[in-house]
Every structure is written in C-alpha cells, then in structure tokens.
Design a protein around this ligand. Structure first.
Ligand code: G3H
Length: 254
C-alpha cells in the first residue's frame, strides 16, 4: 500500500489498530531488525504504557526475550510501580539466563523499586515431574500470585527463529515447518490463522487465563510482521507496541 508510506507514526498506529482489532497500537520509528536503538525505543514506549496502566499494589507478569529485556532496561523508579510485584508469567523456556522471564522480572523490580517473586521451573520437564511440581506448596503459592496479575507484558517471536534459539530438537522444528507455524509467544506456537500448534511444557499463565488482564504485546522488526499478525488473530492484545517497519509490513496483510 503506497499510502502507508506517507503516514506519520500515530496515523500508522491508528490504521494498524483498526486493521488488527487491537485497541491501542503504538509505533516507534525504525526497524529493530536492523538497528539496536529501535529496540530501546520499543522499550521506552512500552515502559510508558506500563506506567500509564499500573495501579498501586498490582501484580505485573512479564515474559522473556531480548525485547522484554530492553523494556526492563528502560524502567525507572516510580512511586506506583514501587508498590507493585513483578513475576515471570511462565517458567523456563530454554533461553539464556539474561533473557529469561525470571531475570527480567527481577530487573524490572530492581529499577522501579518494586518487589519480585521467582518461579523456579527447569526447562526440560517430564510429564510426571510437571504434574508433581505444580502440587509443591511453594510453586502453588507463586502460581497463585501469577494468576492474580492485573497486567501482562510479553514479546512475540518468529516460530522457527525461536525454536532454533531455544535449541529445540530437529524433529520439533520439522513439525513446526509441517504445521506452518509462524509465531511464538508465552511458549506457545501458532499458525498464520492464530491456531495453537504446540505448547511448551512449563507452568505459569496459560493463554486461556488472560481474560480480564491488561495485555501489552511488544514486538518490532519487519521480520516479525507475520508473527505479530498471527498472534493478534489468536487474541488481540489491549496494546501493541511495535516499530515502523513491522507496522508498514503488517498493513500489507489482508
Ligand atoms: O516469545 C517471544 C520471544 O520471547 C521474543 O523474543 O524479543 O528476543 O525477539 P525477542
């Protein structure tokens, strides 16, 4: 669409909001695939949204990834946020420690003055271990805190890229290809229609438990347009923070 090239950032956001059915879309300049500062701008814009929505004593659940790490890096001391609790939305997904949800929630807390709780769940859980772990009193306790969260902040990834980054088995990567997975978020994989193809076995917030929570999605870069589109098909968030390159690409989608 040639028209979109002429649109300013806030108009792009409005267009995209109508296009995706997402109530509020914030667009920052640039393409985070190509320039690191764009991710920082995504972080800054996302932090603004968090500050605007958070109220005293809220529980804020955060996911992992490099984008969420950039958001946490932009967090500043704030009176309201200092009364909140940050928790990881879900357990380990096979990421490096720097970009795990646990680490990121601790970083948000450190910078804002908030409290935090950790969820210790190994990345590779057998079915049996999973079922006994969720019955452990300390795990049950933190799961309740996570489920009581008012705000959820998460990233969206390209399916193949995420599976590779998390060292998934070849067989699994082939399954994703066969099922035409395009997006990953919260440890779930989705096809272009937004249908769940696979869910990684970890505990924490399930996708069907987001009802009544304020969901902020943050994802940018032209290469993530398909993934963002698929996730919003599954369930439009309350806010999408994205960049110009992803936004323009998304507007081409039918
Ligand atoms: O679930 C999505 C991924 O965590 C996104 O990761 O922000 O590093 O692209 P990223």
């Amino acid at each position: 669409e040639v028209v979109s090239e002429l649109l300013g950032l806030s108009q792009l956001g409005d267009r995209l909001s109508a296009h995706l059915g997402v109530a509020n879309v914030i667009v920052v300049a640039g393409n985070s695939d190509e320039e690191e500062w764009v991710k920082q701008e995504l972080g800054r814009a996302c932090m603004k949204e968090i500050q605007a929505i958070a109220t005293a004593n809220d529980v804020l659940a955060v996911m992992g990834g490099t984008t969420l790490a950039a958001v946490a890096n932009m967090a500043e001391r704030n009176e309201t946020l200092a009364s909140t609790i940050f928790v990881p939305a879900r357990g380990g997904l096979g990421e490096k420690v720097e970009i795990q949800a646990n680490t990121i929630s601790a970083e948000f807390a450190r910078r804002t003055g908030a409290a935090y709780r950790l969820l210790h769940v190994p990345d590779q859980l057998s079915e049996d271990a999973y079922h006994s772990l969720v019955l452990e009193p300390t795990v049950k306790d933190i799961l309740e805190v996570i489920k009581s969260s008012a705000v959820v902040i998460h990233g969206i990834g390209d399916a193949q890229r995420m599976a590779t980054r998390r060292h998934s088995k070849d067989l699994f990567i082939e399954t994703l290809e066969r099922e035409e997975a395009v997006a990953e978020a919260f440890g779930y994989y989705f096809d272009a229609a937004g249908k769940i193809i696979y869910k990684q076995r970890t505990i924490g917030l399930q996708l069907n438990e987001l009802e009544g929570k304020y969901v902020i999605s943050v994802a940018g870069g032209k290469s993530k347009a398909n993934a963002i589109h698929a996730f919003m098909k599954h369930r439009p968030s309350d806010v999408l923070v994205t960049d110009e390159a992803a936004a323009r690409e998304l507007l081409q989608h039918k």
